[in-house]
Design a protein around this ligand. Sequence first.
Ligand code: CIR
Length: 263
Amino acid sequence: MVWYVILWARMWKAIVRETSPRFAECELTHKPRVPIDLELAQKQHREYVDALKNAGCEVTILPAEKDLPDSVFVEDAAIVLDELAVITRPGADSRKPETLSISAVLTPYRDLVHIHAPDTLDGGDITVVGKHVFVGISSRTDAGGLQQLSSYLGPHGYRVLGLPVTGCLHLKSAVTAIGEGRVLLNRDWVRRSAFAEFEIVETDPSEPEAGNALWIGDKVIYSSSFPRTADRLRDVGVEVLEVSASECAKAEGGVTCCSLVFR
Ligand code: CIR
C-alpha cells in the first residue's frame, strides 16, 4: 500500500478539458479568424489525450464548458509547481470564469494561491526552466501580475524574470522547456540572451510558431505542423511524440495550452 502511494505520487498527472462547442468563438489577437472544424478539433483533442497517456500521464478529463469558448486551453488558468499552484486571473474577460473549475480540480493536489484584481496573468506566459520562471509581459499578463507571481514564488527559491513578448500571443508561443536546462525558442519573438545559460534549440526559420513543445519526462509532445523543427529536436536526442493540432493553432493555441501537467 505504501509503495502504491509513493508510486502514484511520482506519476505524472495531466488535467485537460474537452473542447467547448463554442470553440469557433475563441479570442484572437494575432491571427485572422478562419473556420474551425469542431469535430476535427475534438478528434485532435482525443489524440492529444492519447499522447499524454503515452508520455506516462494519468489524465483527468474535465467536461466541456459550453459557454467558455477558449476553456480547452486549461494552461492559462493555473501554474502548477512542486510547492504550490497559482490560480491566474486571465487577461481576456471572456476567460476569467475558467479558473473556477480549475481551482476545484487542483485543490486535492496543491495549496492554492490566487492572482488578484486588477492585475492579470495567463499561464501561457510562464515558462519554467528549473528554478527560473520567465514571465511574458504581453497583452494578457501585466507588470502587476508578474509582481504578484514573484511574491508567491520568491520564498520557494524561484528566480522570476519578466520578458517582453512581441509578435505572438504568449511567452510559451515563443519559448518552452524541452529538458533539464534546455529550451526551444524562436529568436524573433523573445530575447535569446535571456536564456544564454541554457542549451538552446532554435526553431527553423520557416516555422515561426514552432517554439511550443510540451516536455514530459523523457518525451516531448509536439505539433506535426513543424517537421523541420521536429528534426532539430530529434538531432539533439529528444523523443518527439507528434500530434495533429491544426484546429488549436487556428485559435492561437499550441500543445502546452491544452493541459496542466505535474507530479
Ligand atoms: C486566447 O486567445 O486566449 C486563446 N484563443 C488561445 C490561448 C492559447 N493558450 C496558450 O497559449 N497558453
